[in-house]
Design a protein around this ligand. Structure first.
Ligand code: FES
Ligand SMILES: [Fe+2]
Length: 353
């Protein structure tokens, strides 16, 4: 065969929507995601194994107080490092005693000192930081192992805000939980009997409004009466912010708000982080914190359970059966955005494969 008859390498076929959805099913990469409440990981405490974005992680805190997040596999025989022992500056695997340091380097192989495994950086260590009472981890794809900057929501870190971090495991795809957050209209119906969402019009026209890092999806004819708007933000991490006014029983202070990060565990379950916040200071702040702890928190959980009960029972593939209308424009736009982001990531990965 002459050179001119050799088959030329063909270009990659375009990605199908199904391939993009399948890629997205375990999460969008190149973002910071919260994985766990900080308080659950103590200095010197037992390493904890968990799954996020379908990746097995071991989380532990070293003697300096720094949280370490690593792949939950011993480099020797691949058993979970999370079953091992936190030795302060390293994890010791309980199977044959191999010791792995904070940067993933094998520090010792006690059964065979000097073996080639020693000194090897054999375990992936994820960039992590603690913000607002949660451990955030950078999940980069093969081309983005170095983390991008993350601008955490001001409601989690600003002095002028007072937030309670809340956490729940849901048996729902992370994408459907974001859909739910970008659907303010459900507040008027699903939560009609709640302490916060019983007022206002039961019909609405919605508009979308671009922001620097996302968009608002909001009612054109009503504000600060019910769950009237959501904002999607993608700024190093992907989250939704919303506000709902409190009735008088909520005490003094402004609207009640929620910042939500929904971290994929795997295709069918999600680690849901909700920071419930209010912009309050001084005695009003103290009053809000007291009221939340003594009275309001169970009511909020009750509302959230209404969402969870629906979403936990949806399964996958909703898109095939839906008949959407104008109130769904927010989630349609969100889905398009995620698909576009997923397509770009997957296309770039394939080009380098
Ligand atoms: S599997 Fe961990 S030391 Fe052998
Ligand atoms: Fe809801």
């Amino acid at each position: 065969m002459s050179a001119s008859t050799l088959p030329r390498p063909s270009a990659q076929p375009p990605l199908t929507d199904q391939e993009v959805l399948s890629y997205l099913s375990t999460g969008l990469r190149n973002r910071w995601w919260p994985i766990l409440q900080s308080a659950l990981i103590e200095i010197g405490g037992k390493p904890l194994g968990l799954t996020r974005l379908a990746e097995k992680l071991v989380v532990w805190r070293d003697t300096s107080g720094t949280v370490r997040v690593q792949t939950d596999r011993c480099p020797h025989r691949s058993v979970p490092l999370s079953r091992g022992v936190n030795e302060g500056d390293r994890i010791r695997c309980i199977y044959h005693g191999v010791e792995v340091g904070t940067d993933g380097t094998v520090l010792a192989v006690p059964g065979q000192p000097g073996c080639p495994l020693e000194g090897k950086k054999a375990v992936k260590t994820y960039p992590s930081q603690e913000i607002g009472g949660a451990i955030f981890v950078w999940f980069g794809d093969a081309m983005h192992q170095e983390p991008a900057a993350f601008n955490p929501p001001i409601q989690l870190v600003g002095e002028e805000f007072s937030a309670f971090p809340c956490y729940a495991d849901w048996k729902a795809s992370w994408r459907y939980v974001y859909d739910n957050l970008m659907d303010p209209m459900h507040g008027t119906f699903l939560h009609a009997n709640s302490h916060t969402m019983f007022q206002g019009e039961t019909q609405a026209d919605f508009i979308t409004r671009d922001t620097e890092h996302g968009f608002f999806f909001e009612k054109a004819n009503q504000r600060d009466v019910n769950f009237d708007w959501s904002e999607l933000v993608d700024d190093g991490g992907l989250y939704v912010r919303l506000e709902i006014p409190y009735p008088k029983s909520g005490g003094p202070g402004g609207n009640f708000g929620i910042v939500s990060f929904i971290t994929p565990i795997d295709e069918t379950s999600s680690a849901c982080f909700f920071w419930r916040f209010r912009k309050v200071s001084g005695w009003v702040r103290d009053t809000w914190r007291f009221l939340y702890r003594t009275k309001l928190e169970p009511r909020h959980w009750h509302v959230l359970e209404q969402d969870r009960d629906l979403l936990d029972n949806c399964g996958l593939g909703l898109e095939k059966h839906e008949m959407l209308y104008q109130h769904d424009a927010g989630l349609i736009r969100l889905r398009r955005y995620l698909a576009q982001q997923g397509r770009e990531q997957l296309t770039a990965l394939r080009a380098t494969a």
